[in-house]
Ligand binder design. Structure first.
Ligand code: AMP
Length: 221
């Protein structure tokens, strides 16, 4: 089966909405290539490419990497895949300027918004812990380690990211998401491309909602 009308999908939602988790499942389910800007940037930094060297300082400060750099990265990633087959984008576009740049490269069929209220974002991200040695990610509420604050994989201590404290999370939500992403969401709404899914509940529940929403849209198109 599959809907011919929803192959080029961008995922939207605040930090902590579960975009990454749902993106992986959805890409597998729909058999679409998944492009994650955060992962591409981290790989570029690790490999020390010219782009990675330029992007690193911004990423370390939790700021957006300059427009030209991310657009070049996305353009390259989209050129590598078969556009006809479709794609799933996670982490791009993050603002209107990036959406316009994307539009110049390729049309999209659906902007899928995973909607989670501010209080829940603060609750989820404040409970996130990472292993200081191997980087594995836990959540004290939903994916706790077996032993308190100790990594299951390597036994090292779990720590909180400096930008995951309740105050900073609230600020990231207000500045990065409300300020930058709301105009983007509105613009997709006006174009009739926005599909909003409630992001509260378990990973399975949210995934089922996403599939249902895409199918309903497909049936209606
Ligand atoms: P993420 O893994 O999506 O949280 O991204 C990690 C970091 O990569 C962000 O804090 C930004 O510095 C950078 N980044 C990811 N996607 C973008 C984007 N679309 N535009 C600019 N910077 C980005």
């Amino acid at each position: 089966m599959g809907c011919a009308g929803a192959k080029r999908i961008v995922l939207l939602g605040p930090p902590g909405a579960g975009k990454g988790t749902q993106a992986e499942r959805l890409a597998r389910h729909l058999n679409l290539p998944l492009i994650v800007t955060g992962d591409l940037l981290r790989a570029a930094v690790r490999e020390g490419t010219p782009l990675g060297q330029k992007a690193k300082a911004y990423m370390d400060r939790g700021e957006l990497v300059p427009h030209e750099l991310v657009v070049a990265l996305i353009r390259e990633a989209l050129e590598r895949i078969d556009g006809e087959k479709g794609f799933l984008l996670d982490g791009f576009p993050r603002n209107l300027e990036q959406a316009q740049a994307l539009e110049a490269i390729t049309p999209i069929d659906v902007a899928l918004l995973i909607d989670v209220p501010r209080e829940e974002v603060v609750r989820r991200l404040s409970a996130r812990r990472v292993c200081e040695r191997c980087g594995r990610v836990y959540n004290l509420l939903t994916q706790p380690p077996q032993r308190d604050e100790i990594c299951d994989a390597c036994g090292a201590k779990l720590v909180q990211r400096s930008d995951d404290t309740p105050e900073v999370v609230a600020k990231r939500f207000d500045v990065q998401y409300n300020q930058d992403a709301q105009p983007l969401i509105e613009s997709y709404r006006r174009k009739g491309l926005l599909l909003t899914v409630d992001g509260m509940g378990s990973v399975e529940e949210v995934f089922a909602r996403i599939i249902r929403a895409l199918e309903e849209r497909c049936a209606g198109s």
